[in-house]
Design a protein. Structure first.
Length: 427
C-alpha cells in the first residue's frame, strides 16, 4: 500500500475543480496536472488561469507542480485523481463519456499498487460499475488486487473567494478499509477544514449528488412561489424578507438555475432511481420548474413591454450578464441563454453584455457576439440577469439610463439586486 512519502500525483482535468486541487497538492507532493486541451496546458505553464480560480502568484507557489497534455508524462504517477465534467445529454441523461475516456487513459498507464480517485459528481455506484471496468479492461489488471479506487466528491464553488478548497470539509472513501484511510490521509494533508471518511464509495457518491439536489429543490420552491406571487401582484423579495425574520426560514432566492452542478446533478440521481424502479416525482418536478424559468422571465419581460406600449418585434433588448452566477466567467449550462433565445422568438434584437465572460467562448458556445461597451439611451428593455459586481456599482440610475425612453421602456431585475421602486418588476 502506498504511503504519503512516495506518492506521485496526477490530476486529470484542469478546470474549476482540478486546477485548485493540483495547486494544493503541488505544494507538498510531486504533481502533474493533465489536460487534453493543449491550449489550457500552455496557458497554465505561462502562469495564467482563465477561469480566475487561481491567482498567478498561487500558481508559482506550487513548486512541485507541472502541467502536461501528453499521457506519457504521467506514466510514473501512482495516484490519479479524476476531475472531468459529468454533464447530461440532450435527453437529460447522464453523459459518462468523459469519465469512461479518462478511465481508459489511466488504465493504459496504470501500474500495480496505484490508486485512482474520482472527484466527478456521479450517481451512487457509478465509480465501481462504470469506471472500474474501464480501468480493468485498459490495464489488464484486477480491481482491489492490482489497483484500487477512491472517491472524494468535489465541493468547489466557482467565483467564491471565501470558501476555498482547503477551507471546505472533504468527504472521502476507498474501495478497501486501507485505501479509505490512505485517501483520507492524503486529503487531510491539504484540507485544513478536515475530512469526513464515508463508510463506502456509494455513500460518498450519494452524499454529493444530494447536496445539489437539495439546493435545486429549495430554489425550485421559491421559483414556484415567485410565479404564484407574480400572478397575485405581490413582490417576492419582500415576502421572503418578511418570512426570513423567522430563525429557521431558509434564505433561498428565485432565479435562473444553471451551471455544472445544481442544474445537472439531480438528473444523475433521477436516472439511478428510475433504473432501480422508482420514479422520483419531487426531484424531477423541481427540475421542470427550474428549467422553465428562462422562458418565464422572457414572458414577463414581453408582457411588461406590451403594457408600456413597446413594440416587441425589432425592439432592442439588453441582457446584463451571461455567466451562470455572479462574479464568475463560467458559462457552462447558463440559463441566461434560455431568456435570450425565447426573446428572439418574438422578433426582438437581443444583445448581451458580460464583463466577466470571454467573447470568444460566448461565440463558440452559444453563437453570441457580446456587446463590449454600453451606451445610454439605446435599448427598449434591460434585463438584469446576473448580479455582477460591475452592475451593482453601476446602480439603478445608470442602468435605467441605458433605456431609450423611461416611460416606454422596461427594466426587469431577475436577481432582486435593485430596490422595488427602481425597477419595473423583480422576479
Amino acid at each position: 500500500m502506498l504511503d504519503l512519502n512516495n506518492v506521485r500525483i496526477c490530476v486529470l482535468g484542469l478546470g474549476y475543480v482540478g486546477l485548485p486541487l493540483a495547486v494544493e497538492f503541488g505544494k507538498q507532493f510531486d504533481t502533474i496536472g493533465f489536460d487534453i486541451n493543449r491550449g489550457r496546458v500552455e496557458e497554465l505553464k505561462g502562469g495564467q488561469d482563465s477561469t480566475l480560480e487561481v491567482e498567478p502568484e498561487e500558481l508559482r507557489s506550487s513548486n512541485r507542480l507541472g502541467f502536461s497534455a501528453d499521457l506519457a508524462d504521467v506514466a510514473q504517477c501512482n495516484v490519479f485523481i479524476v476531475t472531468v465534467p459529468t454533464p447530461v445529454d440532450e435527453n437529460k441523461q447522464p453523459d459518462l463519456s468523459p469519465l469512461r475516456k479518462s478511465s481508459q487513459a489511466i488504465g493504459s498507464v496504470l501500474k500495480p499498487g496505484s490508486i485512482v480517485i474520482y472527484e466527478s459528481t456521479v450517481y451512487p455506484g457509478a465509480t465501481e460499475e462504470v469506471c472500474v471496468p474501464e480501468l480493468e479492461s485498459a490495464s489488464g489488471m484486477t480491481f482491489n488486487k492490482d489497483f484500487f479506487v477512491g472517491y472524494s466528491p468535489e465541493r468547489i464553488n466557482p467565483g467564491d473567494k471565501l470558501h476555498r478548497l482547503p477551507s471546505i470539509v472533504k468527504v472521502t472513501a476507498g474501495s478497501t478499509p486501507a485505501v479509505a484511510e490512505f485517501v483520507d490521509s492524503l486529503y487531510r494533508s491539504v484540507i485544513t477544514a478536515g475530512t469526513h471518511k464515508a463508510s463506502s464509495i456509494k455513500v460518498a457518491e450519494a452524499s454529493k449528488v444530494i447536496e445539489n439536489t437539495q439546493r435545486d429543490l429549495n430554489i425550485a420552491l421559491v421559483n414556484e412561489l415567485a410565479i404564484i406571487f407574480g400572478k397575485l401582484g405581490i413582490d417576492t423579495t419582500q415576502v421572503l424578507e418578511a418570512a426570513g425574520t423567522k430563525w429557521n426560514f431558509l434564505p433561498f432566492r428565485p432565479g435562473l438555475v444553471g451551471g455544472h452542478c445544481i442544474g445537472v446533478d439531480p438528473y444523475y440521481l433521477a436516472h439511478k432511481a428510475q433504473a432501480a424502479g422508482y420514479f422520483p416525482d419531487v426531484i424531477l418536478a423541481g427540475r421542470r420548474i427550474n428549467d422553465g424559468m428562462g422562458l418565464h422571465v422572457a414572458e414577463e419581460v414581453v408582457k411588461l413591454m406590451i403594457r408600456r406600449r413597446v413594440h416587441v418585434a425589432d425592439a432592442r433588448i439588453l441582457i446584463l450578464g451571461l455567466s451562470f452566477k455572479e462574479n464568475c466567467p463560467d458559462i457552462r449550462n447558463t440559463k441566461v441563454i434560455d431568456v435570450v433565445r425565447e426573446l428572439e422568438t418574438y422578433g426582438a434584437r437581443v444583445e448581451v453584455h458580460d464583463p466577466w465572460v470571454s467573447a470568444r467562448e460566448a461565440h463558440d458556445e452559444y453563437g453570441l457576439d457580446l456587446l463590449e461597451t454600453l451606451e445610454p439611451g439605446q435599448f427598449d428593455a434591460v434585463v438584469l440577469a446576473v448580479a455582477h459586481r460591475q452592475f451593482q456599482e453601476m446602480g439603478a440610475e445608470r442602468i435605467r439610463d441605458l433605456c431609450k425612453d423611461r416611460e416606454h421602456s422596461v427594466l426587469f431585475d431577475v436577481k432582486g439586486m435593485l430596490a422595488l421602486d427602481q425597477v419595473d418588476k423583480r422576479l
